[in-house]
Design a protein around this ligand. Sequence first.
Ligand code: 0X9
Ligand code: ZN
Length: 311
Amino acid sequence: ATDAAATGYHTVTTLEADLRQLAERHPEIAELHEIGRSVEGRPLWALRVGERRGSDRKVAFLGCHHAREWISVEVPYRLAEHLLDHSSADPVQQWLQQGEVWVAPMVNPDGHEYTRTADRLWRKNRRRNRNGTVGVDPNRNYGYMWGTLDTSTASHVPADQTYVGPRAFSEPEARAVRDLVASQRFGGVLTYHSYSQLILYPWGYTTRPIKDAADLGEMRDLAEEMARLVKGVDGKTYTAQQSSQLYPTAGDTTDWTYGEYDVPSFTVELRPASALDGGFILPADQIEPCWQENRPAALEFIRHVLEAPEP
Ligand code: 0X9
Ligand code: ZN
């Protein structure tokens, strides 16, 4: 639909080709995994990066739960590329010797394809709902406190943008992430979205802070450190806050990863800062600076998770 503006962004097809190439160029430390299939049958890809298969230190980065948030594909993709390009230089080398980084840059390929060909602002997946409407919000379909809210930001109405789905994990996209997290036991999960320049930590479903003071301190400190690191690159402000301060929703990714597995979990809302700066439509010439400003924060998250003392 918007070829000129799209130059520089991956499509479903070019992402698959580029992930394959990355894995082929680095066969000793990278492997492409199909972690599931979308509603329309597209493969869901995750790249595993690390020397030792089955290590006990692992961290995951996710992108593009929401179709129109194109930049959220590019930051995790470039992270994978960066790790592989620097796999023989410390500290990356050390991390990849001892641990694994998993990157799944496009959890919602059906939606992404739809934003390219039909409706640039589509958000949800492409589930055909019972009542003839289309789409479940993949970031409302996770199984922690799923469905406990019924609001405009977590809706039980199938036509709505934030439709939670008929039941927790009704959607293959959310199930693929569930199964990956369940099988790999990540020590931390970070999921990219756009926009608003925020670094969010649980809870999202309630305005109450998480109960465990140590966990809260850990996530708050890390979110604030990541925000400082972002600012250090280009001066951009990313605000660290509890998810529900943006708005309460139930069934998002990080409430589930923290609620179920107790691991540090973040939603990073990338550029731009506001709708006035283009909202979901981020010009392709901002992919590189957006990646650059998020790189130290992503590496800090990896360091934090992979260098954590053994449980
Ligand atoms: O609503 C979402 O899923 C995320 N924002 S977005 O604009 N990318 O759609 C934020 C999810 C964070 N969680 C909560 N606010 N509870
Ligand atoms: Zn989003």
